[in-house]
Design a protein around this ligand. Structure first.
Ligand SMILES: Nc1ccc(Br)nc1
Length: 446
């Protein structure tokens, strides 16, 4: 067949006829499944949220850090049966390296702390806002990426660090207009579980796995929990005791169960006492069932929840004193939290607290005829050099079009470059909110 007789076109042509290009296959204009675009309106909301994350981090004296979205898969290979492991977005790269899109930021932070070693002095107070990934079966239609705000304190063994972290999140909620009537923190300590398991001589290496099973307590039937604990070689008696301890409703009850001497009760009492000093007592409550779903927590754990119970956890965190040593590094005490960008927006919507964020540009500059396009560009440059934002009309457009665009981009004033004014070194100015208009020398524009 001749070049033009491509079976697809179905047209018979001759060599002389111009090549017929089939219309190109239209790409899928949606982002990949489970991911989001951020067009301007959504991007303004995201920037507003992240600016608040950053402002709170600044108020608490934290320094911003970031890491690659792509990490070695080895950072996340933990054998405790975590969901985060099951949903790892991992693959083999062209160099046959096992890599993964990070599902969380803490392992990267631990890696960087290890890399810095003795070159940094403790304590470190670092924060990051980064996109995290999971490969979720789309059957559940959930997102595969979200942005997480993390704050971590490295090198402080006492619970004052956890109190500081909870205080930073409370500060953030208050900035959002969220109160302790809207949101609270369930607080416990993994040392509660540790002390029970030690009583029953459960091997240390089962600790993470037991925590992950317990974390599913409110998500799967109790029979399933018991089955999984039994499969993890816990005796019936140990399971019974464990579930009993996890159902206590107060620190006093916990003290009766575990005694006053244990670290768990000591840490929790100190945290609740510090809460008074920091001023966030009404935000926190003891809840023995809180363990969080990450294997590496070793002490205090907490999660922010909406008191109406309509949403998933807003944020979560805790102490992870062994993480660096599991990476082969010197052990350093550490604690931190993760705060996702999705649930908080749902909560703000629920509470009618989403901000009105319109675009804002100070000036829209246009020439009144095409011969003055260069003059308009010169005026735009002068204004920009004076720190003024300018939307320069880049084509010859009727004034009606310019006014429509000015309204759409919420411009504060319209600068008109007309031939008679320009010959006098002047431009026309119209304040769009009041309609006030005047002429002014370009040099006097500010
Ligand atoms: N870890 C993780 C990552 C991405 C999303 Br969406 N949720 C949780």
């Amino acid at each position: 067949t001749t070049p033009n007789d491509s079976p697809r076109s179905g047209r018979s042509g001759s060599l002389s006829s111009p090549p017929v290009h089939d219309s190109p296959q239209r790409i899928d204009v949606n982002p990949p499944k489970g991911t989001r675009d951020f067009p301007p309106e959504e991007m303004r909301l995201r920037n507003w949220l992240f600016d608040n994350f950053r402002e709170v981090s600044r108020l608490f004296g934290f320094e911003e850090v970031d890491f690659p979205v792509l990490e070695s898969e080895a950072l996340y290979i933990r054998k405790a049966g975590e969901e985060i492991r099951d949903q790892l977005y991992c693959f083999e790269d062209r160099g046959n390296r096992r890599v993964a899109l990070r599902p969380e930021l803490t392992p990267s932070l631990a890696r960087l702390v290890m890399q810095k070693g003795k070159s940094v002095s403790l304590p470190l107070k670092w924060f990051a806002v980064g996109q995290c990934w999971r490969y979720e079966r789309m059957t559940r239609g959930r997102r595969r990426e979200h942005y997480q705000w993390n704050m971590d304190i490295i090198g402080v063994p006492g619970v004052t660090a956890e109190a500081e972290l909870i205080s930073s999140i409370v500060t953030f909620f208050k900035r959002m207009g969220i109160t302790s009537s809207d949101v609270g923190f369930k607080v416990s300590s993994r040392k509660v579980l540790q002390e029970v398991l030690t009583c029953y001589a459960i091997p240390e290496n089962l600790f993470g796995k037991v925590c992950i099973i317990i974390d599913k307590m409110e998500k799967i039937p109790m029979d399933e929990i018991k089955k999984e604990l039994k499969a993890a070689e816990l005796s019936e008696e140990a399971i019974k005791e464990l579930l009993q301890v996890l159902s206590v409703k107060s620190l006093a009850q916990l003290e009766e169960k575990l005694g006053a001497a244990g670290e768990a009760i000591g840490d929790l009492k100190e945290l609740f006492s510090l809460a008074e000093k920091f001023g966030f007592s009404e935000w926190i409550q003891f809840d023995a069932a809180v363990v969080r779903g990450l294997a590496y927590y070793t002490g205090i754990v907490f999660e922010g929840f909406d008191r109406e119970g309509k949403l998933r956890a807003i944020c979560g965190g805790g102490r992870y004193d062994q993480l660096l040593s599991t990476f082969g590094g010197d052990n350093v005490p550490a604690c931190g939290f993760g705060f996702g960008d999705a649930v908080i927006i749902e909560l703000l919507k629920e509470k009618g607290l989403l901000p009105e964020l319109s675009p804002l540009v100070e000036n829209i500059v246009c020439s009144l005829d095409h011969t003055l396009q260069g003059a308009a560009a010169a005026v735009a440059t002068i204004l920009r050099e004076r720190g003024q934002s300018v939307d320069l009309v880049l084509e010859n457009k009727p004034l009606k079009w310019v006014f429509k665009r000015a309204a759409r981009i919420n411009a504060r004033r319209l600068i008109l470059v007309g031939s008679s004014e320009w010959q006098k070194g002047m431009v026309g100015v119209k304040i769009l909110s009041t309609g006030e208009q005047y002429e002014i020398k370009v040099d006097e524009l500010k």
